[in-house]
Design a protein around this ligand. Structure first.
Ligand SMILES: [Zn+2]
Ligand SMILES: [Zn+2]
Length: 326
């Protein structure tokens, strides 16, 4: 099964105390990818949020990322942290002094100086990650590097919700925190009574985004498109994970693009390309890649079955030409 992707924009309701730009009823937009463990899905979610902010012209936002581990390493870290808090509990802020044991991770993202001092001496999550989580996180960071998305690794970024596993991330600036963020929630669907399905996504508060727009003095939403068919599907058998860069480049050129995850076979990827409804499949093999070429095959429309090799740096332009014809 290919991963399930969805997006939403809807009113949300919260119980906690209202703050600037955080109302009892607010509006949130988000995306989710369900059904893949591939770290490149985490990168895709983060890069989509980055592109959204860039489209709005927001330049002061910074990305922080962290890994919270999974069910094989997170409980061990929790024990280490509890042991640390056991001996420093009475130094915590008023809010946390008596209830640190309920959710010890929350102490890490408490902004009050008392808690900050205690977390500074706490054992670090990154040292407690198991081998698999370490590799997953390294691949996520590698993917962000490949797309030249700047980030800061923040050991204290735990986010408010207890269901996060592995990757967590958040955008904010000095002026306004929590403009959007998310992470992986691999155990959540099962915990709610569904099947064992991995997931990763983001949520971004629209009121918070508007505050960030005000802070940066920008508001240019550009052209909004609510839904459209896929222009291209990237089929990657290069073994070099080049689908990440190519789909990013094509999206930057305004094309609607999807790709396969989980290192599936060429045949399975082509099938997925066909099923996706994309106009064109872009196939990248090791040989073509070495020559700077990509093979494109038109899947539907007036020139269906047309197949040709194009230079990689002319790919976006050629696709725009094809997808604009009937
Ligand atoms: Zn605190
Ligand atoms: Zn782990």
């Amino acid at each position: 099964m290919p991963p399930f992707k969805a997006w939403y924009a809807a009113p949300m309701f919260r119980y906690e105390r209202p703050q600037a730009g955080r109302f009892r009823q607010h509006h949130q937009l988000g995306v989710e990818i369900l059904g893949t463990d591939d770290p490149m899905a985490d990168v895709e979610v983060i890069s989509l949020l980055a592109a959204l902010y860039a489209d709005l012209g927001l330049s002061s936002l910074r990305l922080r990322v962290n890994s919270l581990g999974d069910k094989s390493c997170a409980p061990g870290y929790r024990e280490q942290l509890l042991a640390h808090l056991e001996s420093h509990g009475d130094e915590l802020c008023d809010e946390h002094r008596y209830k640190w044991a309920v959710n010890p991770l929350r102490i890490l993202d408490c902004k009050r100086p008392e808690c900050r001092k205690v977390s500074a001496g706490a054992p670090r999550l990154r040292d407690a990650l198991c081998e698999d989580c370490r590799r997953h996180f390294a691949e996520v960071l590698g993917g962000l590097d490949r797309l030249a998305i700047g980030y800061e690794q923040d050991d204290c970024l735990v986010r408010g919700l207890d269901y996060y596993t592995r990757t967590t991330f958040e955008y904010g600036s000095d002026v306004i925190e929590g403009v959007g963020g998310g992470g992986r929630y691999d155990g959540l669907v099962a915990a709610l009574g569904g099947p064992e399905v991995s997931g990763v996504g983001f949520g971004a508060g629209i009121e918070r985004i508007l505050l960030a727009c005000d802070a940066d003095g920008v508001l240019s939403a550009g052209e909004l498109r609510l839904s459209r068919a896929l222009d291209a599907f990237v089929v990657d058998s290069s073994g070099a994970g080049i689908a990440l860069e190519i789909s990013h480049e094509l999206r930057a050129a305004g094309l609607a693009v999807d790709r396969a995850f989980d290192g599936r076979s060429m045949k399975a990827q082509l099938k997925a390309a066909d099923r996706s409804g994309a106009r064109v499949a872009c196939m990248v093999g090791a040989d073509d890649l070495a020559d700077g070429l990509v093979t494109i095959r038109v899947l539907r429309g007036s020139d269906a079955h047309l197949q040709e090799k194009v230079a990689r740096d002319g790919l976006a332009a050629r696709l725009c030409q094809i997808t604009r014809s009937p």
